[in-house]
Structures are given as C-alpha cells and as structure tokens.
Ligand binder design. Structure first.
Ligand code: SF4
Ligand code: SF4
Length: 407
C-alpha cells in the first residue's frame, strides 16, 4: 500500500506489458467511441474537470480570475482526498482535460492527475491548458506528472496576440515573455508533438485596429521571433491552435462581455472565419496525418458554426463527455449553464447524475441542438471521434469551404 495515499500502487510494467496495455486501452477507447457513434449511452470516456478557479491572469474576456477575489469564492473546492474519491468512483475515464482557472495554481495539481492515473486503468490522454506565467513551477509539475503518469500528457500554452496585445488582453505585464519561456521549456521536456500554442481569437478590428487574420500572422511571427532569439527551434503552423471565443456564464462568467466592443458579433465572427481560413492555407511541415485530418475537420466545422450557428457534427456531451466543476457540480459541458447535480451527493460517482440527466431529456436536448450550441475544442474533438461519417464528409468538403457569416 502507498503510505501517503492508502491506495495500492500497481507494479511498474515491462516495455512489452506496457505496449500490450496501451493496445488494450486504445481498443477499448475505439469500441466505446463506436458505441457512442451508434447512440449507445454508456459511461463517458472523456471528462473536463475544473481543478480550481484560482488564476493570476487578468483576462479581459474571462471573469474566472475574479473568483479568487470574491470572499468565499474559492471555499469548498474539491479537496485532494475528494478528488481521489472521484477518481476511484469513475474508473472508466480515458481522456481528461484538467482545466481551470490556472490548473498549476493548485499546489497539489500533479497529485490530482496521479489520482486518476492510479484509479483509471485505461487512461490514455491527459491535457491541461496553462497561462504560462510561472514557468519554473509549471515545468516542475509537468515533469512530476510525466514521471508518474503513463498516459500521454499534452499541454497548451495560451498566447492571444502579439506581445503588446497579448499582455493587454491577459492583464499581465510581460505575459507574452513568460508564455514563450514556458512554451520552450515544456516543448523541450515533453516533445513538440505534445506542446501547443493556443490562440483564442479575442482580438479583432473593432477592439485593436487589426483584423483577426492580421493578428494571427503577427502572433505567429512574434512567437517565432521570440523562440529564435532564445536559440529555440521555430514553431510550425501545426503547433499553433486557433480557437473560437465563446461565452459561458457558469464557466468563464463572461456573458456580460457579449455586447461590448463587438465581441462575438457578426463582424467579429466574420474575422474569425477569415482567420481560420487563412491559417488553413499555411503549410504544415510536421504532425501526423490523423492529427492534421482532425484539425481540418475542426476548422471546417468551425466555419460552418460561425456562419450558421451550428455544426453538422452532433455534440457528444453527456454521451461520451461530461464536465465537472471545482465544487463537484456536473454540467453537460463548459458552455451550457445547466447544473445537473453534485457528485458529493452520489459518493463522487458521475453516472447517477448523468443517467438522471439523460432520463430528464438533457442528452436528447443536446442531440437535437436545443442547447446554446457551440464548437469549443473541449467538445469538438470527442464529437469528431464519435461521428465518423459526418467527420469524413467535413474532411472531404473542408478544402472548399465557402461559408459566409450573416448577421
Ligand atoms: S482565460 Fe484562463 S488564464 Fe485568463 S483569466 Fe480565464 S482562466 Fe485565467
Ligand atoms: S453543443 Fe451544446 S451541449 Fe454541446 S458543448 Fe456546445 S453548448 Fe454544450
């Protein structure tokens, strides 16, 4: 038994056992994804878990950071012991997005991930986003996680513009410089296939005088100038992810930002679409073919979403994914402000809450697009996996995307 956790450690696997175990876990994931594609309502394979709402950024488009300045705002977050109970009660998870706030602002963040690694035998993929501010701490945590967790670890460092705009949007002096340092250190630690720069297209012509496409080019160039100045290899377009900005009250607390400054309005959406099309036209020198195909599908459906307000690929929330807040509340996803129940009332098990929501018709509402509708990376990638036929159509049609945004 492990003295610190009271849980039984599995013995280290040989290389052959490890390969067999990975093969078994991927096979299980493929079968479960196929079942979800057929509409079978089993346990979700993916969880989005907000480990904390602590965050030292001051982003103008997200109010999560204000939670820590709100009296009692951080009270009642799931403790590490409770997280271990969550992991033990939901061993079916195979893919977890540990998000925040800034996940690494939680001092026991590596132990949080280790808890799931110990209890979820088929855990394949662990991802977390980071603001990149505290380079040394983030790198140390990534090293700890990589040393103890077999699942693939992927990290996205947020950079939302060229230096001056990024620092203004994210409210931190020299935020761009910190993010570059973190990106470089993580990429050296985890490898280029596992570390991405993520730009959410918040900046736009009405807010800063440059279109989103211009900002994408300026940001990409600034990242590479900063990397080259540090004698680091350049970032390719395949490592640069563009995200559509979204509004969400229960997560970002940013729905009041909607009417301000054209954020999310018709002109902004048209700019975002042009920026996605622009990025799609850049050559990708690296990255596996499957990953490039998934990216192409993501972008093709993002453009459809921006033009029509919905996608052809149905959302898999409450089918193969679920969202867990830092206080144990289950929601369908990051966007829909629809609390479904708290796992503190179910012995930390997700399924009683999810099954009750399905019985109440919430999953049906998602399938019929009677939710706010969105296309966030958190939900888009599992949805692509769970819709092979429609994804294939998007892949084939993605190259001749002709959508336009209407008011
Ligand atoms: S967008 Fe991320 S980094 Fe910025 S305040 Fe919100 S949680 Fe923090
Ligand atoms: S499509 Fe609906 S249920 Fe799915 S992630 Fe978006 S808002 Fe949530």
């Amino acid at each position: 038994m492990c003295a610190s956790t009271g849980t039984r450690r599995r013995p280290a696997l040989t290389a052959r056992e490890s390969a067999m175990s990975d093969f078994y876990s991927w096979s299980r994931f493929a079968i479960r994804t196929a079942a979800a594609a057929a509409g079978v309502e089993g346990a979700p394979s993916k969880l989005i878990f907000v480990v904390t709402k602590r965050c030292h950024s001051r982003c103008v488009y997200c109010d999560i950071w204000k939670v820590k300045d709100t009296p009692g705002g951080l009270d009642d977050e799931l403790s590490l012991d409770e997280v271990r109970s969550v992991a033990a009660s939901n061993p079916f998870l195979q893919w977890i997005d540990f998000t925040g706030g800034e996940p690494t602002d939680r001092p026991d963040f590596p132990q949080v991930i280790q808890a799931f690694a110990e209890h979820c035998p088929d855990l394949l993929l662990v991802h977390f986003p980071t603001n990149g501010i505290a380079t040394n701490r983030i790198a140390q945590m990534a090293e700890d996680i990589r040393a103890k967790v077999r699942a693939r670890l992927v990290v996205t460092v947020s950079i939302d513009g060229p230096p001056e705009l990024n620092d203004r949007l994210r409210g931190i002096r020299n935020d761009f410089g910190h993010a570059i340092n973190t990106f470089a250190v993580l990429r050296n630690l985890l490898g280029a296939d596992n570390v991405f720069a993520g730009m959410t297209l918040h900046g736009h012509k009405a807010s800063c005088g440059h279109t989103s496409s211009e900002l994408v080019d300026q940001t990409f160039a600034a990242i590479n100038a900063a990397l080259l100045a540090k004698n680091e290899t350049a970032l390719g377009w395949e490592g640069f992810h563009l995200n559509i900005p979204h509004l969400s009250q229960h997560y970002y607390g940013n729905t009041a930002a909607g009417p301000t400054d054209g954020f999310g309005g018709t002109a902004h959406r048209a700019e975002v679409m042009a920026a996605l099309r622009h990025a799609a036209g850049q050559s990708k020198s690296a990255g596996s073919l499957p990953m490039r195909a998934v990216e192409r599908i993501y972008r093709a459906e993002a453009m459809r979403y921006l033009a029509e307000g919905r996608t052809n690929i149905p959302c898999s929330a409450l089918l193969s994914t679920a969202y867990l807040s830092e206080k144990g509340e289950v929601y369908p996803c990051t966007i829909w402000d629809k609390p479904l129940g708290n796992i503190r009332n179910t012995g930390y098990a997700l399924m009683p809450v999810i099954e009750a929501a399905r019985r109440a018709g919430v999953r049906k509402a998602v399938a019929e697009a009677r939710c706010p509708n969105c296309w966030t990376p958190c939900e888009a990638y599992p949805a692509i996996a769970a819709s092979p036929v429609r994804s294939l159509l998007a892949l084939v049609g993605g190259g001749r995307n002709t959508h336009t945004v209407s008011a």
